[in-house]
Design a protein around this ligand. Structure first.
Ligand code: C2E
Ligand code: MG
Ligand code: MG
Ligand code: MG
Length: 304
């Protein structure tokens, strides 16, 4: 640790380095350190103290109402910088080669959490985890997924991996093999931020995709800017035509909710329903404020 810190420090005194680059190096070192610390802890999350933590946000079926699954979202609190947004440190982790470890920790921690919820009778029907496109190039993802699921007694059907269109456009054969292997396992593959990446849709028929997530930018002004509604409708129709589940993210207001419902969107996620919350808070929410989402007709939406 000391040796590593010393090596990092050398960089800080290079003259041509602007403040932003220094901050990046500091952040990279801090990420590395946090990973070193938490990987040892396996499934146990550091609650309240500095480090990574997962929050979980419900995704709900709009008709009939019921809890569909929860998405794990990483949080990082640094002693000096406070809460660092994932949009800041996830891309950095991708650039500096730490994303495999970061996403690996998230996968293990979230699946173990699902196992604990189920052991405790907390009715969480499924879990979605974000996986960086960079992670797929390495090819060992299907093996990790298989062993993490087995270790925690979770059926592959209950896991969804959210990936971006960037991965679909990748030329890496290894990445394509990984998609097929994950699909063969029974894991659902979901295209996150759908509609914001590259525009070729041909990958939807080439790869075993099961779900589209309409990006928040389309949902954001759905009830304000009329131009968004035909886009959202078109995405829902693509999903219907190809037999894919469609999830709308960033649903904040009742008006957006109603429009999505009217357009036939199956699943919603956003502050309108629930915010991302720590594991313990989610269990409380399911037993209290969010109880009506659990009491779905004939338990039809639950696999547990
Ligand atoms: P995402 O996967 O598209 O996640 C949805 C983001 O929208 C989350 O931001 C969530 O907190 C936020 N959100 C949910 N509902 C609402 C809403 O009603 N209104 C608004 N304004 N925002 C809402 P978050 O947690 O900051 O994450 C940002 C992005 O960082 C994620 O976007 C995902 O791409 C990435 N990310 C988060 N966790 C991980 C992870 O474990 N691994 C990887 N590779 N990426 C992650
Ligand atoms: Mg996501
Ligand atoms: Mg998303
Ligand atoms: Mg998004």
């Amino acid at each position: 640790r000391a040796k590593q810190a010393g090596r990092n420090r050398c960089h800080f005194f290079r003259r041509d380095m602007n403040e932003q680059a220094v901050r990046r190096l500091e952040m990279e070192a801090a990420l590395r350190e946090a990973l070193d610390r938490q990987e040892g802890g396996g499934a146990s999350e550091a609650a309240g103290e500095s480090g990574f933590e997962l929050h979980y946000q419900p995704q709900v079926r709009l008709k009939p109402h019921c809890l569909y699954r929860v998405e794990a979202l990483i949080r990082w609190t640094h002693p000096r910088w406070g809460a660092v947004p994932p949009m800041e440190f996830v891309p950095l982790a991708e650039e500096c080669g730490l994303i495999d470890r970061l996403d690996g920790w998230v996968l293990e921690t979230a699946v173990a959490q699902l196992g604990r919820w189920r052991a405790a009778g907390v009715p969480v029907p499924g879990l979605a985890v974000n996986v960086s496109a960079v992670r797929f190039a390495r090819g060992d993802l299907p093996d990790q997924v298989r062993s993490v699921l087995a270790a925690n007694g979770i059926p592959a059907n209950d896991l969804t991996l959210e990936i971006t269109e960037r991965l679909m456009m990748s030329e890496e054969a290894g990445a394509h093999d990984a998609l097929d292997a994950l699909h063969a396992l029974g894991v659902t593959l979901s295209i996150d931020d759908f509609g914001t990446g590259y525009s070729s849709l041909s990958y939807l028929k080439r790869f075993p995709v099961g779900e589209l997530k309409i990006d928040r930018s389309f949902v954001k002004e759905l009830d304000i800017d009329a131009a968004n509604r035909p886009l959202v409708r078109a995405i829902i129709q693509i999903g219907e035509a190809l037999g894919l589940t469609v999830v709308a993210e960033g649903v904040e207001r009742e008006a957006q909710h109603r429009m999505l419902e009217a357009e036939g969107c199956a699943i919603g996620q956003g502050y309108r329903f629930a915010r991302p919350m720590p594991a313990a808070a989610l269990a409380d929410w399911l037993a209290g404020e969010g109880k009506h989402w659990v009491e779905c007709p004939a338990n039809a939406c639950f696999s547990i």
